[in-house]
Write a protein that binds this ligand. Structure first.
Ligand code: PLP
Length: 398
């Protein structure tokens, strides 16, 4: 008898009771705008920034409307202007090249390795083409950050980290988001903490963060922030920086603060699910697991594996057979962008040159969400189904 999985790959856990209570309190007092406070009151948004800065060790933090907004703000605060080239990953999601396009920049794509991180050898040959690298820790895979930072520092390239999939993660003991000039996070529903939409930006750079705060639409109320540079830093910047409204409101901040307190616990639960799927897929013929170096402290919220050098019809067959058994897999190699997956050459607003080594890997990447609503038995069952279907198609091929 064949078993089928019946869970939903898009169902997240409910907002914790403490978050619901805090959200209710904000709705009852009605002061949802972050600068709408009564005497002595500290806005939820300002408290969230203070707490997120403390949790990452960053000096400064800004809460904004989305992860994409955090990235465009970081790019603007780093001085990226219309027509400037910006290095970024070929393996990432559409909001990343979209953020570069939003500021008038032109993405220069850097390849991906078989371990799904940015190809540092490819990067080395392209560092002279841009002043900024928007580095996406795509699907939570973190490259050798010491080597990357040494290369970028030597070349005078500023690093902005897209940490949409690495909240709470670290490389060699240093949190993801703390290596570059800015770390950008998303609090959208499918990320590690959930306010529907939302974003966070961290930095130790006082001038950069003062610009980011002005850009976000602080008016002249920046002194109400609690994780901001001192007022002196704004002396000139407040006149020179446009207001490109994209603040976070107190309702979202209220929902997020209790989730931030639970982040370490949730990270351990996510990783237990990742490990359960991984254990079930070890030594599956034709399937390559992703190696995770010991320096990488990841926080999984999804799972990837490679069907490297498989024919497109065989990959499509695996995806269809798994779907029939209730296991939703996404394929990064598809010619047409579908759902959340897409490839660098489908972003036609940004020119790209063919990258054969990267195309080979993209053509084999299979991606799966792992929401916390799955338990460990679910994960073991999902792995059994994938193993059986990959093995069946692989044997038929050879
Ligand atoms: C979700 C995501 C973003 C952007 O986050 P939004 O809050 O949806 O704007 C950026 N980069 C990656 C890799 C993402 O998955």
């Amino acid at each position: 008898m064949t078993e089928n999985f019946t869970g939903s790959f898009t169902q997240q856990e409910p907002i914790p009771e403490a978050g619901i209570a805090a959200a209710n309190a904000v709705m009852q007092h009605g002061r949802l705008h972050r600068y709408n406070t009564v005497d002595g009151e500290i806005a939820e948004a300002a408290l969230l920034e203070e707490e997120f800065a403390a949790s990452t060790g960053a000096q400064f933090c800004l809460a904004v409307a989305s992860g994409g907004y955090a990235m465009t703000t970081a790019l603007r605060a780093c001085g990226v202007q219309h027509g400037d080239q910006v290095l970024t990953n070929a393996f990432t999601l559409a909001p990343v090249p979209g953020a570069i396009a939003a500021v008038g920049g032109v993405p220069i794509y850097v390849g991906v390795t078989e371990d799904l991180v940015i190809d540092l050898d490819d990067l080395a040959g392209k560092l002279d083409q841009a002043k900024v690298l928007l580095l996406s820790h795509m699907r939570g895979h973190i490259c050798d950050m010491r080597r990357l930072m040494a290369m970028c520092n030597a070349a005078g390239v500023t690093v902005i980290e897209d940490c949409a999939h690495t909240m709470g993660a670290q490389w060699d003991g240093v949190p993801s988001g703390r290596w570059g000039k800015f770390g950008c996070y998303s609090t959208q529903t499918y990320k590690h903490i959930n306010s529907g939409e939302g974003g966070l930006l961290i930095s130790d750079d006082a001038e950069g963060m003062a610009r980011a705060i002005m850009l976000s639409g602080s008016y002249m109320l920046f002194e109400r922030h609690r994780a901001a540079p001192p007022a002196e830093t704004f002396a000139q910047i407040k006149y020179e920086t446009p207001n490109i409204s994209g603040r976070m409101d107190n309702l979202r901040a209220a929902i997020l603060r209790p989730q931030l307190r639970d982040l370490a616990t949730q990270a351990a639960r996510w990783n237990a699910r990742y490990t359960a799927v991984e254990a079930g897929l070890v030594d599956t013929p034709g399937l390559r697991l992703i190696t995770r170096p010991s320096a990488e402290g990841y926080v999984a919220s999804s799972f990837q594996f490679l069907l490297l050098d498989w024919s497109a019809p065989a990959v499509a067959d695996v995806i269809m057979r798994c779907a029939q058994r209730g296991v939703e897999l996404k394929w990064f190699g598809g010619a047409e962008p579908a759902g959340f997956t897409s490839r660098y050459d489908s972003w036609r607003y940004a020119p790209s040159t063919p990258m054969p080594a990267t195309d080979r890997i993209l053509a084999g990447i299979i991606d799966m969400r792992l929401p916390l609503t799955f338990d460990l038995d679910d994960c073991a069952q999902i792995a059994r189904i994938i193993r059986a279907e990959v093995s069946a198609v692989f044997q038929a091929q050879t």
